[in-house]
Design a protein around this ligand. Structure first.
Ligand code: DGJ
Length: 749
């Protein structure tokens, strides 16, 4: 519920005899789990009052301490700066006395950067309006029906600069979630440059928090880092043009001691795929300001009169049930209110991808042989990865030439897909639509279509450049090639890859004044094409990928219900990657495959069963040449396929509980999925390193109904949820890298 209340604070101004008063308008968003409150002063300053656990219907403005310190400006302007620099603001502006991290900064026609957004009005609407900007086809964001959420839109104005900013706050009815975004209009007569337009700021009391971020690199995505806050600024960000494998657009602050079940967590996630910034700033030991949004570094957006700019959305999740509670909140939100694919609630086909099976060395017979064998084992889709187009036999050419290489695939795609379909299998294909190889017909014909700075050498990565997706002509041309391929055969899945970051960021099609907009315009161009693709092919299963999990972000989830989590397919390395990824993303979104051993990256050998159990916590598939793997491994595939079919619904719709943490204890990992009605659960245990003379590992189960009895298929025991939580079960195994699953079924009431 969103409501408005009026209140008055009385106080003494230094030297003045009589009592002064400040009238405040309080704006409050509540549901059963959370409260978010702010207050507008008589001069239109929008102050942050409270965010966190649901509190009583009291007047919360005492938290502002406006009656102390003589700082209410309209009564005592000589101390306005003290007010600006100490109070918690909802959307702090640069240059007017608040010296902490601002959300908003401009460059006006006079070359001035100060700005001052003040409250003018607000409105409340049911549901959640789409994020829109004139001329932009699609801005990914969460969605909600009229009865699932309410939105508060606060209009702020900077009279001097002629700017209006609409701050929107959506509260979801049944979730501890608030989403925020900002839309700026130029209603003046002159041009203004937006130098910084962040999506949200939340001020938290004190500094006693730990900051959690997800960091990594190629093949090491989403490693969890957790450090206590210190005075000053600490941040996570990307300057690569993609959200990046190095840092996910996620930051959480938690109270010390927070674990999987206990403790308060304030999490922030940006629905964005480009340069982002998430920062916490501790000032004076008294207050922590958190901000999140498009990275202002090298960002500048020209806003002409009557133009508008819409920021991406920030998702704020609050949990008082620790990190597990935070993750389950993200999972539920994203499954129901972000992923919009036809496939979001449907069982995904078990796929076999030929990348690690063949790399570039394949033809239609090899692919068919893999598919034929796979189909006998119950695998449902063949995905043809990189190497089917142009003259691509290695990674240094042909990106952008999306025409079938008929030396490999005679007669084009149709003969192959028809044969694969005749096996009862679906067919999927790989593209890297944002790229052009140095050695390609497209680059020879249109060198100006690459992102570049004219006169400078272009930095290659994997011998390729990034196409200028801010240019609609480029997007149309690429889309034409993609649709030619998609229309040429029965293609039901696309893996959309993206294998390099942006350098020499300049566009031959943008005017000089708009060059710094390219970072963001590029991202909007990608969204435009993904939107077109998923609109024109509504049943297409789209899987995002960026050298693995290099663009695993909520905006990509909006288009694709699954994202390839990492090129590291080693089951043991995957434990950490999938653990970190599960902080924000549901397993139904996590691309995970069983690959061959020794693992191609690490050279490590792991049992086929373990590889299966680890890939099961994801979209599940295979990344190997099924005609060549050992017969005993192949023989296990039908069992794994059956396991996926049996447990897929429980895992993709259920609640996830992490019982292990390899970042703390590298000897084991374990997790559980419990159905929403708590009638069944699946526990997986992976023993990374066996140890002699030690008791079996005891795991304490979570999420079960304390009062119901559960039969465990593997142990044959029937125990209450209460006992399973309090006393646990012993899951000792012999060996390294071994795994076991335990299925629990509640007795009928
Ligand atoms: C990077 C992806 O992450 C891999 O799965 C594979 O598709 C290669 N690109 C192909 O070039």
């Amino acid at each position: 519920m969103i409501r408005e209340e009026q209140t008055t604070i009385g106080f003494h101004v230094w030297g003045a005899e009589k009592l002064s008063e400040e009238k405040l308008t309080v704006l409050r968003l509540d549901n059963d789990g959370i409260t978010y409150a702010m207050a507008v002063t008589e001069e239109g300053y929008l102050l942050h009052v409270y965010y966190g656990k649901r509190c009583g219907d009291d007047d919360l403005t005492y938290l502002l301490h406006l009656d102390e310190g003589n700082y209410t400006p309209q009564h005592h302007n000589r101390e306005r700066m003290g007010f600006m620099d100490s109070r918690p603001f909802e959307y702090p502006c640069h240059g007017i006395g608040d010296f902490r991290e601002p959300c908003f900064m401009i460059l006006d026609g006079d070359g001035m950067s100060a700005c001052d957004l003040r409250y003018k009005s607000h409105r409340i609407v049911s549901g959640k309006p789409e994020l829109k900007q004139k001329g932009v086809s699609c801005i990914p964001a969460t969605f909600a029906k009229e009865d699932e959420a309410e939105t508060l839109i606060i209009t702020m104005e900077d009279e001097h600069a002629g700017l209006t900013a609409e701050l929107s706050y959506t509260i979801f009815r049944d979730r501890n979630v608030i989403t925020r975004a900002v839309k700026v209009y130029n209603r003046g007569y002159g041009d203004v440059r937006l130098q910084r337009v962040l999506s949200a700021c939340v001020e938290l009391p004190g500094m006693d928090y730990e900051m959690i971020t997800l960091n990594g690199n190629w093949a090491r995505e989403c490693a969890v880092s957790r450090v206590p806050l210190h005075a000053g600024k600490q941040l996570t960000d990307s300057l690569r043009g993609v959200s990046s494998a190095q840092h996910n657009p996620f930051m959480a602050l938690c109270t010390p001691g927070t674990d999987e079940e206990h403790g308060e967590v304030y999490a922030f996630h940006l629905v964005y795929s480009g340069n982002f910034l998430a920062e916490a700033e501790v000032t004076g030991g008294k207050q922590t300001r958190t901000v999140i949004g498009i990275n202002p570094y090298d960002f500048s957006w020209l806003l002409r009169p009557e133009e508008e700019f819409q920021t991406p959305e920030a998702v704020l999740v609050y949990s008082e049930e620790g990190l597990g509670g935070m993750s389950r909140m993200f999972h539920d939100l994203y499954r129901s209110h972000l992923i919009r694919s036809y496939w979001k609630d449907r069982e995904r086909p078990i796929l076999i991808n030929n990348w690690e099976a063949t790399y570039f060395n394949f033809d239609q017979d090899k692919l068919y042989a893999i598919a034929e064998e796979a189909s006998k084992l119950g695998i449902e889709m063949l995905v043809m990865d990189d190497g089917w187009f142009g003259c691509r036999n290695f990674d240094d050419n042909s990106l952008g030439d999306w025409v079938v290489n008929e030396e490999k695939l005679k007669g084009g795609l149709k003969p192959l897909t028809d044969r694969i379909n005749a096996l009862g299998m679906k067919f999927g294909i790989w593209f890297e639509p944002e790229m052009v190889s140095d050695n390609s017909e497209l680059y020879r014909a249109h060198p100006e279509w690459a992102i570049q700075i004219i006169g400078r050498d272009l930095t290659q990565a994997r011998a390729q450049y990034v196409l200028d997706y801010s240019n609609a002509e480029v997007r149309d041309y690429v889309y034409g090639m993609l649709t030619n391929i998609l229309n040429s055969a029965n293609i039901e899945y696309v893996k959309w890859d993206m294998n390099r970051a942006l350098t020499e960021v300049g566009s031959t099609s943008l005017p000089r004044k708009r060059q710094r907009e390219l970072w963001h315009r590029y991202v909007l161009g990608v969204y435009d094409l993904m939107n077109r693709l998923t609109t024109d092919y509504p049943k297409l299963l789209l899987e995002n990928c960026s050298s693995g999990g290099g663009r695993f972000d909520p905006a990509m989830l909006y288009f694709s219900p699954q994202i390839w989590a990492s090129d590291d397919t080693d089951a043991i390395e995957r434990l950490k990657i999938q653990y970190g990824t599960s902080y924000c993303y549901p397993v139904s979104a996590m691309g995970a495959h069983v690959s061959d051993c020794p693992n191609h990256l690490l050279g490590r050998n792991t049992p086929f069963d373990t590889r299966g159990d680890v890939a099961l916590v994801g979209t599940f598939g295979y990344e190997l040449d099924v005609t060549k793997i050992p017969a005993e491994d192949r023989a296990k595939i039908p069992g794994q396929v059956a396991k996926y079919h049996r447990f897929h619904k429980l895992m993709s719709d259920g609640d996830q509980y992490r019982l292990g943490n390899l970042f703390k204890d590298n000897t084991y990992d374990a997790w559980m999925f419990v159905s929403k009605d708590k009638s069944e659960a699946l526990l997986t245990y992976v023993q990374v390193l066996g140890k002699p003379s030690e008791p079996a590992k005891r795991l304490y189960l979570r999420g079960l109904d304390a009062d119901r009895k559960y039969f465990c298929e593997e142990t044959g025991q029937t125990l209450s949820g209460k006992t399973l939580a309090a006393c646990g079960i012993d899951v000792g195994l012999r060996g390294d890298f071994v795994s076991k699953t335990f299925y629990f079924k509640a007795e009928e009431a």
